[in-house]
Design a protein around this ligand. Structure first.
Ligand code: TXA
Ligand code: MG
Length: 327
């Protein structure tokens, strides 16, 4: 079983060596923790699907540590990709490009395209650079569960990993924005910290937002995804208030709200940050925390704001509550 270890030089080199030997390693990124395997080793990639219990047709993101590696993984790269790399890499942006003919179809789920990202996390950059690696790195959670934003969240898959590098709390806390540059106009397939508007400004071109209606096999767009084990419900402030008043007991509830805990409330109360960046950073942590208790439901006050990271936060909340959304 892989220990959770500090990101010192020895451990970084050992992690790189493990990857080179075909082992799986838990790595920190600025978005969420990844389940990394050498993207050049088909056996290791197959193990990633097994460990995550992820359907094999769902493509993986290849993580690189320098923009020069783009040419090894993609072909016919449009100039827009280099413009976006210049503006946002290293950072929370994944680009979909035509795949290089030599890339294993295991990585891309048999699609002619490939997803590439250069994460803004110096520890992970060092792990990749030490043995000149590129790694597939899906979020290090079991398929359809909450993404990990702290090393301890990798516990459900820890047995199958050679090592987990502890990079602390992920600074962004939600998965990268995915932009498909093989379509014209380019399209955002998954919302993240970088908005379609930002991307459109950088490219000086229209960028569609297909994050909700993508027909491609993107597991991030499955209806029930990022979900805690405990049923989660999204409610307006008023509905939440009324719901609590109607309960005969409240000690079996967890609440994520902007309001202060009412004095007669007996359950778990998480007062959420007002600011979008801070909310995103603690969102999955809070869901992980609430999910540790044996409670009946997690009730989340619904955000309505449309600026900044709020649409991304709403997207993840809808997915976490996809079976149970009310007013
Ligand atoms: O922030 C992130 O992107 C994290 C960290 C670890 O880097 N990784 C991550 O990977 O979220 P994963 O596997 O959980 O999600 C990858 C997403 C999926 O929705 C997948 O369908 C999409 O990327 N994807 C990968 N290759 C694709 C392709 N060729 N075309 C369309 N979507 C693709
Ligand atoms: Mg994921």
């Amino acid at each position: 079983m892989g220990n959770i270890v500090a990101p010192n030089t020895t451990n970084i080199q050992t992690a790189s060596q493990f990857l080179k030997q075909g082992e799986l390693v838990g790595i920190p990124t600025e978005t969420v923790y990844g389940l990394a395997a050498d993207a050049n080793q088909p056996q290791s990639i197959k193990r990633v699907f097994d460990v995550k219990k992820r359907p094999s047709k769902h493509p993986l993101i290849v993580h690189i540590y320098t923009t020069e590696q783009l040419n090894q993984w993609a072909s016919n790269i449009p100039s827009s990709a280099f413009d976006l790399a210049q503006a946002y890499w290293p950072g929370p942006l994944t680009m979909i490009l035509p795949k290089h003919p030599q890339v294993s179809s295991l990585v891309t789920g048999n699609q002619p395209t490939i997803a590439l990202r250069l994460p803004n996390q110096p520890i992970t950059q060092s792990i990749l650079a030490y043995h000149d690696l590129a790694v597939v790195a899906p979020s290090a959670n079991l398929h359809c569960q909450i993404s990990p934003t702290q090393a301890q969240h990798l516990a459900p898959i820890q047995q199958q990993l050679a090592m987990i590098i502890d990079g602390g709390q992920c600074s962004i806390g939600v998965e990268s924005t995915i932009i498909d540059l093989t379509q014209t106009p380019a399209a955002v397939l998954r919302l993240g910290a970088i908005s379609a508007h930002d991307l459109s400004q950088t490219l000086d071109q229209k960028v569609n937002n297909q994050a909700q209606q993508s027909s491609k096999p993107t597991p991030g767009n499955l209806k029930h995804h990022y979900a805690p084990q405990t049923p989660a419900l999204l409610m307006s402030a008023e509905a939440l208030h009324n719901f609590i008043q109607q309960q005969s007991r409240t000690d079996t509830l967890a609440i994520m709200s902007w309001s202060q805990k009412p004095c007669n409330f007996q359950g778990l109360w998480f007062q959420m940050p007002n600011q979008d960046v801070e909310y995103a950073r603690c969102l999955y942590n809070t869901l992980h925390q609430a999910d540790q208790y044996s409670i009946d439901a997690i009730i989340i006050q619904k955000p309505y704001q449309q600026q900044g990271l709020w649409p991304t936060i709403q997207d993840r909340l809808y997915k976490a509550c996809s079976n149970n959304t009310t007013s």
